[in-house]
Design a protein around this ligand. Structure first.
Ligand SMILES: C[S@@+](CC[C@H](N)C(=O)[O-])C[C@H]1O[C@@H](n2cnc3c(N)ncnc32)[C@H](O)[C@@H]1O
Ligand SMILES: Nc1nc2[nH]cc(C(=O)O)c2c(=O)[nH]1
Ligand code: SF4
Ligand SMILES: [Mg+2]
Length: 242
């Protein structure tokens, strides 16, 4: 059995972002990322600061832990990271979850394809805008979306771009024009990752949400789109494990 690097297993909570926002879910957060976004809200998964907390678990052990933590109060698991798409054998986790009637979602940035992507029920691909300081490999992203289309999985797929500034909005317009058939989400960027008073953060983020809504409303290139904040950040701030 393969062992997967896991940093957190938590929930049930709600999915705070994107295509299934509000859905009651458990989270499995894997360690390691091929990116290092300037504003990553989960940098502990790749910057070495939590390396003592990384556990190497088999799929069976992850499922056992999910039930220990979540009881029988869940039927949906979201795999995030880090970049879980670095892990070749995740079907070992996804297939048994499906066999137990549990739906599986994935959060990834679209830098790597894995042959288990077509198994995912709610697949969020989140290419990174200029403010992240990362560079999108369009050949790879084109290939991922083509493969999902070939597997007839576009109805289970969404694109989600985090927005911090006008340049990011231009990037989002470009992404949406390139993949017009894929459901498209714009998400408020949180640039105050140190704030530990949820109420103060929520008030800042709601101002940014209003700014983003105004910008999207004014864009002729962003029509078949949805605009969302990170609901978990509004409710719990920058707290980990929620
Ligand atoms: C931490 S990432 C992990 C999954 C994968 N590496 C990715 O980036 O898609 C989960 C989601 O959080 C978003 N995110 C990260 N930092 C953020 C921030 N400061 N504000 C808003 N969204 C953020 C990412 O863009 C991504 O959509
Ligand atoms: N509640 C909640 N929703 C989320 N959606 C995406 C998350 C992530 O960090 O990938 C996340 C998270 O960490 N918590
Ligand atoms: S790709 Fe995701 S986990 Fe990796 S650095 Fe960027 S936001 Fe963080
Ligand atoms: Mg998060």
């Amino acid at each position: 059995m393969n062992k997967f690097p896991v940093l957190e297993i938590f929930g049930p909570t709600i999915q705070g972002e994107g295509m299934v926002v509000g859905r009651k879910t458990m989270f499995v957060r894997t360690a390691g990322c091929d990116y290092s976004c300037a504003w990553c809200d989960s940098a502990f998964t790749w910057d070495g600061s939590a390396k003592e907390e990384i556990e190497r678990l088999t799929a069976d052990q992850i499922i056992e832990r999910l039930y220990q933590v979540g009881g029988s109060q869940f039927d949906h698991v979201t795999i995030s990271g880090g970049n879980p798409a670095l892990l070749a054998k995740l079907s070992e986790l996804i297939t048994p979850l499906h066999e137990q009637g549990i739906e599986v979602a994935l959060e990834t940035q679209g830098s790597r394809w894995q042959d288990w992507f077509p198994l995912i029920d709610d697949l969020t691909i989140s290419p990174k805008p200029p403010s992240s300081m990362m560079k999108t490999n369009w050949t790879v992203l084109d290939d991922i979306l083509q493969k999902l289309k070939d597997h007839d999985r576009l109805s289970h797929t969404s694109l989600k771009v985090v927005i911090f500034n006008d340049e990011d909005l231009k990037y989002a317009e470009f992404v949406h024009e390139r993949y017009p058939d894929v459901d498209f989400y714009l998400q408020v960027g949180n640039d105050d990752l140190e704030e530990n008073k949820p109420a103060s953060l929520a008030s800042e983020l709601l101002d940014k949400y209003e700014w983003l809504i105004d910008k999207v409303v004014a864009s002729a290139k962003l029509n078949r789109v949805r605009v969302l904040p990170q609901v978990h950040a509004l409710v719990w701030g920058n707290k980990r494990g929620v």
